[in-house]
Design a protein around this ligand. Structure first.
Ligand code: NAD
Length: 373
C-alpha cells in the first residue's frame, strides 16, 4: 500500500511526517512516496527520507497512484479529482466550515478523514492535533509578543536601576492559553488569565498565574469541556473587567474560541486606545472573528503605539516540532485504520467514525451528518 506525503502549499512550512515518522511506517511494511522537497521547509531534505526507506516522486505520480495521502492543509479540488476512486485522504480539512470542500468530497464519492474532528476524549488524546498545534501556538505567541515588546519580561535589579516584570494578560485558558501562561511565567512575567470555564481557574493558579474572576458565566456540562456562548450582559461585564486589567498590561494574548461560533469579542476599541503605547496584543482568534475589536486576520496593525497581531497559523512558524507532533498524532491514528499493511475502516470505533468526513461519498462523522442534513 502506498502512502503519499505531499509538499504543503505556499505559506505552510509543516509536513505531515518527518523522516523519523517515516521509519515507523516503513517498519509497518508500507510504501512511502514523498514529493520532492516536501520536508525542506521543516528542515528535512529528501536524502533523510530516502535514508529511512521512502522514495521520492513527482506530485502528479503520488496524486494518481497513492492509496492514502496524509497532509496538513487540504488539497485543491482539481488535485482531488486526479486521485484514485479508492483513495483515502487525510488532513486538517476544517471540514465543518470548509463546506465547499466537504460538498466536493461527498459529490465525488471520496473517502476523507479530517484530523480536527478527532474526538476530545481520553482515548483519542494521542491523536489530537488540535491540542498539539495549540501547544505550539500558545508557546510561539508568547515568544512573538516578547520579541515585539520594547521591554524586558523578567524583573531585573541592576546597577542601572530596577526593571519591573512585564504584565501579561491571557484571555482564554484552554490548551493554547495554558501553554502561553506557562511560557510567559518561565520568562519571568507577571501573568493574569481569564476564562469563562471555572475548571480553568485551578489550572491557571497551578501555573503560577492569577485568575481574573468574572462571576455569572454560563456553563454547559454537555459541551464536552468547551465554552458556550455567553449572554450580552455577561459579555459586557467581562469587557469592563478586561478593560481595567488591560490598562496595566504590556501584553494581551487572546485565545478564546467557541466551537462552531464566531469568537467572542473581549477587547473593545476603547480598551486598545487606553492601553500603554508599546503594548502588544496577539489575537489568535483573528481568523474566526477576533477577540479584539480592531484585529485583522494575518495582519499587524498599529493603533496609537499599540500593535495588534492577528495570526491564525503560528504552528507553521515552528515547523520542525509542529511536524513532529502532527506526525506522531497521525501514527497513533493510523494504528486504528491500518492492519497488516492494508486499510480497514471500522466505523464502530468512535474515533474512526468521529474523524471520517465521508466514506465513498457517504457522510460518516455525526458532526458532518448534522451539517449536511
Ligand atoms: P478552544 O480553542 O475551543 O477555546 C479556547 C479557550 O477559550 C477555552 O478554554 C474556552 O473556555 C475559552 N473561552 C471561550 N469563550 C470565552 C470567553 N467569552 N471568555 C474567555 N474565555 C473564553 O478550546 P481548547 O483549548 O481546544 O479546549 C478547551 C477545553 O477542552 C480544555 O481545556 C479541556 O477541558 C477540553 N479538552 C479536552 C481534551 C481531551 O480530553 N482529550 C483535549 C483538549 C481539550
Amino acid at each position: 500500500m502506498i502512502i503519499g506525503i505531499l509538499k504543503e502549499p505556499e505559506g505552510e512550512a509543516r509536513v505531515a511526517f518527518l523522516p523519523e515518522a517515516v521509519k515507523t511506517l516503513i517498519d509497518w511494511k508500507l510504501d512511502i512516496w514523498v514529493e520532492k522537497g516536501a520536508g525542506v521547509s521543516a528542515f528535512s531534505p529528501d536524502e533523510q527520507y530516502l535514508a529511512q526507506g521512502a522514495s521520492i516522486h513527482s506530485r502528479d505520480e503520488i496524486l494518481s497512484k497513492a492509496d492514502l495521502i496524509c497532509g496538513i492543509q487540504p488539497l485543491k479540488q482539481s488535485e482531488i479529482a486526479q486521485t484514485r476512486p479508492e483513495i483515502v485522504l487525510m488532513g486538517q480539512l476544517d471540514a465543518l466550515y470548509n463546506t465547499d470542500l466537504t460538498d466536493f468530497l461527498l459529490k465525488n464519492n471520496k473517502t476523507a478523514f479530517s484530523m480536527e474532528l478527532v474526538p476530545r476524549t481520553t482515548r483519542a488524546q494521542s491523536m489530537d492535533v488540535l491540542s498539539s498545534m495549540a501547544t505550539v501556538t500558545g508557546y510561539k505567541a508568547v515568544l512573538l509578543a516578547a520579541s515585539m515588546l520594547p521591554r524586558f519580561f523578567p524583573m531585573f535589579m541592576t546597577a542601572a536601576g530596577s526593571i519591573t516584570p512585564a504584565r501579561v494578560l491571557i484571555l482564554g485558558a484552554g490548551v493554547a492559553g495554558l501553554q502561553a501562561i506557562a511560557t510567559a511565567r518561565r520568562l519571568g512575567a507577571n501573568v493574569f488569565a481569564f476564562d469563562v470555564r471555572q475548571a480553568a481557574k485551578e489550572e491557571v493558579l497551578s501555573l503560577g498565574a492569577k485568575f481574573v474572576d468574572v462571576e455569572g458565566a454560563t456553563e454547559d456540562k454537555s459541551a464536552g469541556g468547551y465554552a458556550v456562548e455567553q449572554s450580552e450582559a455577561y459579555l459586557q461585564k467581562q469587557k469592563d473587567t478586561i478593560h481595567e486589567h488591560a490598562l496595566k498590561a504590556d501584553i494581551i494574548i487572546t485565545t478564546a474560541q467557541i466551537p462552531g461560533r464566531k469568537a467572542p469579542q473581549l477587547v473593545e476599541e476603547r480598551t486598545v486606545r487606553s492601553m500603554k503605547a508599546g503594548s502588544v496584543i496577539i489575537d489568535l482568534a483573528a481568523s474566526s472573528g477576533g477577540n479584539c475589536a480592531l484585529s485583522q486576520p494575518e495582519q499587524t496593525i498599529d493603533v496609537e503605539g499599540v500593535r495588534i497581531v492577528g495570526v491564525s497559523n503560528l504552528a507553521a512558524q515552528m515547523p520542525q516540532d509542529a511536524s513532529k507532533m502532527f506526525g506522531k498524532n497521525y501514527l497513533n491514528f493510523l494504528k486504528l485504520i491500518i492492519k497488516e499493511g492494508q486499510i480497514h475502516l471500522n466505523f464502530e470505533d468512535d474515533i474512526v467514525q468521529g474523524t471520517c468526513v465521508c466514506h465513498q461519498g457517504t457522510a460518516i462523522s455525526p458532526r458532518i451528518i448534522q451539517c449536511v442534513t
